[in-house]
Design a binder for this molecule. Structure first.
Ligand code: SF4
Length: 238
């Protein structure tokens, strides 16, 4: 952690002025509110993004309990802080909030939000083209081999049920293609993670009128708030 922060500070000192994103995994020992605040407070990052360390890790002992007692309350507090900042003309670069809000304002996110298999592909050193960079040993993700045409790749794998029938699909996009297909925590574990997504969307929905108002009143620029402006590898939905 300390090395990463020093590296980020070094990049800034070296003159980098682009978008510097702090990315972290949220695990059972995380406090999303404190951890995001810490990274914002470091003062070198433009955006903070996180993903839940779920599905590709062993199933947490008490995920639902942690989610209800720590994560969801943390998301609510963080959203209040974020919106309070917007009211004052301060935009905290909280990538999941900005990305989901973009979906709420623009009518939805692509599925999956990271673009895996849609507009994001991985080329491995042995020439395979994968839909998802972490699915290195999953046959479903192996779309083609080099050389390949775009038509051979796009849309060969995608998000299906239960997401396509879910009322949150528009704003969740199925969250994660790998998790969607692999379901390593089973359907029950899948639903547990969904609860965190649905609540996050609902929390941001409750603030939507205020967010639209600060944009309409010119307190915050819509272009700055709705993030990312292009697929920059931020998966959006934690
Ligand atoms: S909330 Fe769950 S079921 Fe609904 S679209 Fe997202 S991942 Fe799929």
């Amino acid at each position: 952690m300390q090395e990463s922060l020093e590296a980020a500070a070094h990049i800034r000192r070296a003159g980098f002025t682009g978008d510097l994103i702090a990315r972290m995994t949220i695990s059972t020992v995380s406090d999303v509110y404190l951890d995001v605040l810490h990274l914002l407070g470091v003062g070198v990052f433009d955006h903070v993004h996180w993903q839940l360390d779920v599905v590709w890790s062993d199933r947490w002992h008490k995920f639902d309990d942690w989610s209800e007692k720590s994560y969801i309350p943390g998301i609510r507090r963080l959203a209040e802080l974020w919106v309070e900042g917007l009211r004052r003309g301060v935009l905290y670069g909280i990538a999941p909030f900005q990305g989901i809000t973009k979906g709420l304002i623009k009518g939805g996110l692509q599925a999956p939000p990271c673009g895996a298999g849609i507009d994001s592909f991985t080329v491995t050193t042995d020439g395979r083209i994968l839909a998802c960079p972490i699915a290195v040993d999953s046959e479903w993700a192996h779309l083609a081999d080099l050389p390949a045409r775009a038509n051979d790749l796009v849309g060969k794998v995608g998000i299906g049920e239960p997401c396509t029938s879910c009322e949150y699909f528009k704003y969740c996009g199925g969250r994660c293609l790998y998790a969607h297909i692999e379901r390593l925590w089973g359907d029950e574990g899948f639903r547990s993670v969904c609860r965190t997504v649905k609540t996050t969307v609902d929390v941001l929905r409750t603030h939507l009128n205020t967010i639209v108002k600060v944009i309409d009143e010119g307190i915050i620029s819509q272009d700055d708030l709705l993030y990312p402006s292009y697929n920059n590898t931020v998966e959006i939905v934690p």
